[in-house]
Design a protein around this ligand. Sequence first.
Ligand code: ADP
Ligand code: MG
Length: 205
Amino acid sequence: MPALTSDDFRALACAMAAAIAANAQRLTDLDSAIGDGDHGANMKRGFDAVEGELDQIAAKPLPDALKAAGMKLVMTVGGASGPLAGTFFMTLGKELPENFDRAGFVAAYEKAVDAVAARGKSHAGQKTMLDVLYPMLDVLKQGGDPEAVAARAEEAAEATIPMLATRGRASFLGERSIGHMDPGAASVALLARAVARTLTAQGGA
Ligand code: ADP
Ligand code: MG
């Protein structure tokens, strides 16, 4: 795993922001079906804010850049997903050594996902973003490359459609939450695909 440079971080952040912006309407539509219709706008506001401060954020060493991006997301995304997405990136930054190998990255990713679960008082199987984040962890642990991680993320997001929501706003709908993709799961899959596309284009990972 080659070191991630500041330019790599920039490219990844821009790709994530672009993916969210291009799909904001779809995320909002998904959240309109089983939530309050703000997920696309929430995520777009947050990732646009990170992109808007990318000069300052990307100038920091990678762990600090991740922490700063996470804090920005907490401050700007709002909703339930803001603190959760922010916790993910802040924990990744806290746990990632400046010079990390693949095992170090996977360990930090696992801590970040566990931190999201702790923050959300949630676990896999409740039709939330965790139902994509944990399957991605499995692929990472098995040695999968970013493409494999993104493919699994997309599959896992699809797999939230028949699930019953027992956490988050969608859980208020009970059985009526069945038959729709979880919006947070959809956005994590979009982000995973954006990361894979960027790293593959760079020939890295
Ligand atoms: P809100 O539900 O406050 O309107 P968003 O619409 O931005 O916030 O985000 C909703 C998404 O957040 C859900 O689709 C789900 O994936 C995720 N989510 C909500 N609550 C939790 C939780 N407790 N644990 C994990 N993920 C959650
Ligand atoms: Mg919402």
